[in-house]
Design a protein around this ligand. Structure first.
Ligand code: IDP
Ligand code: MG
Length: 160
């Protein structure tokens, strides 16, 4: 039965979504979480967290050579962030669409950054850019036991 259930859930993925310190300071936590809830994705992990410098550097390790890297690490560690693991079919690409372009002035209206931000250095939210990074980042930001295995009873109304 479980095998059958798993096979019927097409392409379920996990992604790491983070509300950056500006989003927390500006009181946008509820607004941003609602976008993912209303879309129909499943929350698997959630915490308010003061990110240490080493973790910010590891998270953004691919950007180490960029001139803005020191400012980026300072930004991400400047106050608490909200760390989230979300699950759903095709969620990695779908979450990137909900979030919008990196530069908020180029992000489409209707996206989180398009609606709520004006500058690349204050773009309120992070989302993993690949399935591989989704796995990597969820494992990086959450310890064993911090994710919740649960059944969302509304699932049959979201996926046939
Ligand atoms: P993404 O968050 O849309 O995936 P990335 O290119 O992975 O964008 O960059 C990570 C984060 O680094 C961005 O969300 C933004 O906060 C910051 N960043 C990217 N480019 C710039 C820049 O040109 N100036 C300042 N900050 C930047
Ligand atoms: Mg990125």
């Amino acid at each position: 039965f479980l095998t059958h259930l798993k096979a019927s859930m097409e392409d379920v993925q996990q992604t790491y979504i983070m509300i950056k310190p500006d989003g927390v300071q500006r009181g946008l936590v509820g607004e941003i979480i609602s976008r993912f809830e209303h879309k129909g994705f499943t929350l698997k992990g959630l915490k308010l967290f003061q990110c240490p410098t080493e973790l910010a550097e590891e998270h953004y390790r691919d950007l180490k050579s960029k001139s803005f890297f020191p400012k980026l690490v300072k930004y991400i560690t400047s106050g608490p962030v909200v760390c989230m693991a979300w699950e759903g079919p095709g969620i990695v690409a779908a979450a990137r669409k909900l979030i919008g372009a990196t530069n908020p002035l180029q992000a489409e209206p209707g996206t989180i950054r398009g609606d709520l931000a004006i500058q690349v250095g204050r773009n309120v939210v992070h989302g993993s850019d690949s399935q591989e990074n989704g796995q990597r980042e969820v494992a990086l930001w959450f310890k064993d036991g911090e994710l919740c295995e649960w059944t969302q009873e509304i699932t049959p109304w979201l996926r046939e």
